[in-house]
Design a protein around this ligand. Structure first.
Ligand code: NAP
Length: 291
């Protein structure tokens, strides 16, 4: 029977650690770390994610700033707000909640962020350093996955890790991190995507299977090897009239049928999601300490 990789619990341990460090900072009479979050528009999912990030900051004693703009903000004005945060010494790190409205170029926005303050770890300098195995602010979600593997002492060396998805925020960086010559690296990594013809056969050979494609319940039991470690990054909102909110979060893995075959598996919710927020807090602390 599989063991649950309890991201919610591990994230709570990380928050305790962060709170301890923040208390030490306060005892030295210094200001606490500060995270700013930019949100554009009123997407329900984005607003909920931002609210969780602001709440997590409060729980560990960080201060936070929420800068909300209407959907029709121009790219130029948004870039000016980013420049202001880059120059604001009271802000250690900030994120721009994605996705952005279509008239705004996300890559331009990401590249406008001072990479020292890029606590989502998405700036090309942080991505490049991640690929090179250099110290930097690592991309938050992949770094949360590595931390989860680490806390459960899951060996990656010599294992075949299969990543489904090649996005800039999850697939590419997690594949690279598993490839590094590090304690939770040294894996043999295969990256699959929508043009991969023999996806099922490849997945069947995975010791560690990471699903990051955003297709609910895509990974079925017949795609998973007995004893595999399965990490489900997917979080798709699907309608659920039985819930007060009217929706529930659904992962990319058919959990009920896959879990009995695995050695470890992450639930959705409560797996990778909370670890991403924990990574954001850790990156904010790292950005704070740089000064
Ligand atoms: P994305 O940018 O949409 O990328 C999806 C990737 O999956 C693409 O590389 C795509 O291939 C591939 N893909 C799509 N359909 C496929 C199929 N049928 N077979 C094989 N590959 C397929 O997604 P993302 O931003 O990485 O996010 C993926 C999921 O993770 C989403 O549900 C998102 O909400 C979730 N997420 C969760 C967290 C968290 O903290 N829990 C953080 C980030 C993302 P192509 O490149 O060929 O199009």
């Amino acid at each position: 029977m599989s063991k649950c990789l309890d991201g919610k619990y591990i994230a709570s341990l990380i928050r305790q650690e962060m709170a301890g460090e923040t208390a030490e900072i306060a005892a030295q009479g210094k200001r606490p770390p500060c995270l700013a979050v930019i949100i554009v528009g009123h997407d329900g999912g984005s607003e909920a994610y931002v609210a969780n990030k602001v709440k997590a900051c409060a729980e560990v004693g960080f201060t936070s700033k929420r800068l909300a703009f209407e959907e029709d903000i121009t790219e130029d004005l948004l870039l000016k707000q980013i420049a202001a945060l880059n120059n604001d010494d009271s802000v250690d790190g900030f994120i721009v909640q994605l996705p952005l409205p279509r008239h705004i170029n996300e890559q331009t926005v990401i590249e406008a962020i001072d990479y020292h303050k890029d606590v989502d770890g998405l700036h090309p300098i942080n991505m490049g350093k991640t690929v090179l195995g250099l110290p930097c602010l690592h991309p938050a979600t992949p770094s949360g996955i590595i931390e989860l593997l680490d806390r459960y002492d899951i060996q990656t060396e010599g294992k075949h890790a299969v990543v489904i998805g090649r996005s800039d925020i999850v697939g590419k960086p997690i594949a690279n991190m598993l490839l590094q010559k590090t304690r939770r690296g040294n894996a043999t990594v295969t990256v699959c995507h929508s043009r991969t013809p023999n996806l099922t056969e490849i997945c069947q050979t995975a010791d560690i299977l990471i699903a990051a494609l955003g297709k609910p319940l895509f990974v079925k039991a017949d795609m998973v090897k007995d004893g595999a470690v399965v990490i489900d990054v997917g979080t798709t909102r699907i309608a659920d009239p039985t819930r007060k909110s009217g929706y529930r979060l659904c992962g990319d893995v058919d959990y009920d049928n896959v879990a009995p075959k695995c050695s470890y598996i992450t639930p959705v919710p409560g797996g990778v999601g909370p670890m991403t927020i924990a990574s954001l807090l850790r990156n904010t602390m790292q950005a704070y300490k740089r000064k």
